[in-house]
Design a protein around this ligand. Structure first.
Ligand code: ASN
Length: 329
């Protein structure tokens, strides 16, 4: 999942702050329970579908030397990277499991997924966007030798099946949340838009316009960002994608990956990414042990926010983690 700009501010005005669980009224707890029913079914549906499709379910990592640089990313606003010393070594909390995914997919698990807690200490101005939390969970998956198109098709199938399943099984909850009538099962395939065409059409604010005008989920492709997304040096095109949900924004980012050692090094040097933090990946790539793959990560709380129509992503978390605000629990 990429960081994304403040579409939400434009869309909804300032989002109200979710309260901590222990301060909710009885009425508010009923709403919270409806949201968590949607969360439970969403997690259950997506994970069981992936298992059915032959994916291995890996447990996440929290601390490692190597994590996503989240740089360069046009939407990033991480104000602090959490680094701690353990056993005399510096480790970082997971920003995303991209490096682990690529290594694991190359060496041992050709189809894998994980529910990965990501810690991104966003600037406190992002408290009111409604789409940022400083702890969130990605359903992150990776497939060896896959094309971007194959990953997008899989995601379309998952989202289509999920909405159908939720409308069938959680009618009462979705009705309580005011979403049953207007949550439509999306039509497949989703439309695909090249970022350069959108820039041409809408100018710098293309992202906000696209989100506001979208009636159905859609893909945006060819977005310049981190070294691990595949970039064709000749054409300058990036083989990557974001999934945009109507009136919400980005809930998934992914790509076909770079696996060629020279290209990875070149991009890290170009972007000022510290190669010291990616020794394992670079050593494997140099030996030709990183295999071509493609994948993506779904921001689970964002997906559930869109489904349930809540104003703030913190409402989908039992214990909200809102930028700039630290609750006791
Ligand atoms: N999970 C994303 C991916 O698979 C990376 C990210 O979250 N920055 O590409």
């Amino acid at each position: 999942m990429s960081a994304q700009k403040s579409v939400q501010i434009v869309r909804r005005g300032v989002s109200e702050m979710p309260k901590p669980l222990e301060q909710l009224s009885e009425e508010e707890i009923i709403k919270k329970k409806c949201i968590s029913r949607v969360m439970t079914h969403t997690l259950s549906y997506l994970t069981s579908e992936l298992v059915k499709h032959g994916f291995e379910w890996l447990l996440p990592v929290i601390f490692s030397k190597s994590t996503d640089p989240l740089w360069p990313d046009p939407g990033a606003s991480v104000e602090k990277r959490v680094e701690v010393e353990i056993y005399g070594e510096t480790v970082r909390t997971t920003l995303s499991m991209i490096v682990h995914k690529v290594v694991a997919c190359s060496l041992a698990y050709p189809k894998l997924f994980t529910l990965s807690p990501n810690i991104r200490i966003e600037r406190k101005e992002r408290a009111h966007t409604g789409i940022h939390a400083y702890e969130f969970t990605q359903l992150d998956f990776e497939v060896r030798d896959a094309t971007s198109k194959q990953i997008r098709t899989l995601v379309e199938k998952l989202l289509y099946g999920l909405i159908k399943n939720l409308k069938r099984n959680l009618k009462d909850e979705l009705t309580f949340l005011g979403r049953y009538e207007n949550l439509n099962v999306p039509s497949k395939p989703f439309k695909v838009y090249d970022r350069t065409d959108l820039e041409h059409k809408y100018g710098k604010k293309w992202e906000t316009r696209v989100v506001l005008e979208a009636k159905e989920p859609l893909w945006i492709i060819n977005i310049p960002r981190e070294f691990y997304d595949f970039e064709d040096f000749d054409s300058g095109k990036w083989d990557n994608y974001d999934l945009i949900l109507p009136k919400y924004g980005e809930v998934l980012s992914g790509s076909r990956r770079e696996w060629n050692y020279r290209k990875i090094v070149k991009k890290m040097d170009r972007d000022g990414v510290n190669k010291e933090n990616f020794k394992a990946l670079l050593t494997l790539a140099k030996k030709g042990r990183i295999k071509p793959s493609a994948g993506a990560g779904i921001g689970i709380e964002r997906l559930v926010s869109w489904i349930t129509g809540v104003k703030h992503i913190g409402e989908t978390q039992p214990f909200p983690k809102i930028p700039g605000k630290v609750y006791e629990l």
